[in-house]
Design a protein around this ligand. Structure first.
Ligand code: EPU
Length: 422
């Protein structure tokens, strides 16, 4: 297994390009199952999760080539509507195949994902959504076995706003008979991107980006080429990297309007920010001010930036509170940050941070993507050497993060840790 060896204390300086969005690319890849044919998807990040999704699509029968950042997916021969446990357990986003498989093949066999590294993450809203469209779903040996001779448009109210359930049900509803209305739908940019891709395939969808999405089913779709939006969480992570290291960075090929809340909080925390159409410039002359954040659905502060924000606040000039309202138990980074000298106490879904003057390098490890990213950020600011172990978690969601950080002047290298996977 690989680790990162980081010598902290160097300000990040220079410019890098932001990659395509992981959480938009994954459902867009899956949506190609809805209509047989060849698709060209551009700006796809080269990530472990993308490779896992490609593997799953190949099992279903798609042919896939991935060169540079372009995926060529041919779903003409796709004929095996199944997502096996071995894959779903490594990537929950695999559940996205349920909707498209049901819509195209009228049947699906998809493993239940089970828990994840930071607690239970149910899929009940996905299941209820498919049932509302008229599918029959049974549980058999840990698998959702779905049949839906005919999906019929209906009105669905989501008790909780869910990115995954909105995307999944939207993909099933585009080929249903009649109109489907999704109420309390997710408004995240990744769902808008998925919706726009479906529209480019011939789907009829209105209200993307609002809490009410209307989908008028069509009898068939057609393949289409598409370019994925930039990754707003990678953008936010590098912005925190700029401020936590007292740096001066320029992020290119990003989408500033998708990170407005993060930018607002970065400014409150002392960053000087300027934006142009696809670029964000950050400099930091004022030190880090303590700023509370509470995560919320878009356009609120994203849960996927909670861990990175806690790393930043750990060396702020004062105390702050970070509350996660989306996932209640996503704090595996907290004890590890404390090992670097941070002073953070967790109580329920909030953490109370007393900013310290400096962090000190140490070996640290996490079992989750964003938590691992927060450890890298903290290590960049810490004095001395840190080993961040198990970086395969980071590789799930950040494209060659160490190369981008090296480009910005960080002292970070990837090495074999000698640890073997159990
Ligand atoms: N929820 C339910 N039932 C469901 C589905 C969700 O109760 O059937 C609850 C969850 O427990 C949570 C809330 O709804 O409290 C929101 O979860 P959501 O369904 O929106 O999350 P997700 O679709 O599983 C996506 C991202 C996550 C990101 C969340 C929230 C992908 C592939 N994953 O997950 O990204 O944290 O939305 O924005 O899009 C990451 O990239 O590190 C990551 C975890």
């Amino acid at each position: 297994m690989d680790k990162f060896v980081i010598y902290g204390g160097k300000p990040l300086k220079g410019e890098i390009e932001i990659s395509g969005s992981k959480n938009a690319a994954l459902p867009i890849m899956v949506a190609t199952l809805l209509s047989p044919g060849k698709y060209i998807i551009n700006n796809v990040p080269r990530l472990r999760d993308v490779r896992t999704m490609a593997h799953l699509l190949r099992i279903i029968g798609a042919k896939i080539e991935f060169e540079n950042h372009t995926l060529v997916i041919d779903t003409t021969q796709a004929d095996f509507p199944e997502a096996p446990y071995e894959l779903v357990k490594t990537m929950r986003a695999s559940i996205y195949v349920l909707g498209p498989l049901l819509a195209r093949f009228k049947q699906a066999r998809v493993s239940l994902p089970g828990g994840c590294a930071w607690g239970p993450r149910p899929v009940d809203l996905h299941i209820k959504g498919m049932q509302s469209l008229g599918a029959r779903l049974d549980l058999d040996g840990g698998y959702i076995v779905a049949r839906g001779t005919k999906l019929t448009g209906t009105h669905i109210y989501f008790d909780v706003s869910s990115v995954g359930a909105t995307g999944n049900v939207m993909m099933a509803a585009v080929l249903a008979d009649g109109t489907t209305t999704l109420e309390n739908a997710a408004t995240e940019p990744e769902i808008i991107d998925l919706g726009n891709f479906l529209i480019s395939m011939g789907a009829r969808i209105e209200g993307l980006g609002s809490k009410i999405i209307q989908i008028e089913g069509v009898p068939g779709l057609h393949p289409s080429d598409y370019t994925v939006i930039p990754d707003r969480i990678e953008t936010g992570t590098f912005l925190v990297g700029g401020l936590i290291s007292a740096g001066n960075i320029n992020l290119k090929k990003c989408q500033p309007r998708h990170v407005m809340k993060i930018l607002e909080k970065m400014k409150e925390a002392g960053a000087t920010i300027s934006v142009s159409e696809n670029e964000i410039h950050l400099s930091s002359e004022k030190g880090i001010q303590p700023v509370n954040v509470t995560t919320d659905v878009y356009p609120g502060f994203p849960t996927d930036m909670q861990a990175q924000w806690i790393a930043l606040m750990s060396i702020a000039r004062g105390s702050s509170v970070v509350t996660d309202n989306i996932f209640q138990d996503r704090f595996t980074h907290v004890p590890e940050l404390n090992r670097l000298g941070a002073q953070i106490v967790q109580k329920n879904n909030s953490v109370f941070i007393t900013g310290v003057k400096k962090l000190n390098g140490a070996p640290v490890m996490s079992t989750d993507l964003r938590a691992s990213a927060s450890l890298v950020l903290a290590a960049l600011a810490a004095q001395g050497k840190s080993d961040v172990l198990r970086v395969y978690h980071i590789d799930r969601g950040y494209e060659t993060i160490e190369i981008k950080l090296q480009k910005l002047g960080a002292d970070i290298v990837r090495e074999d840790s000698g640890e073997v996977t159990s």
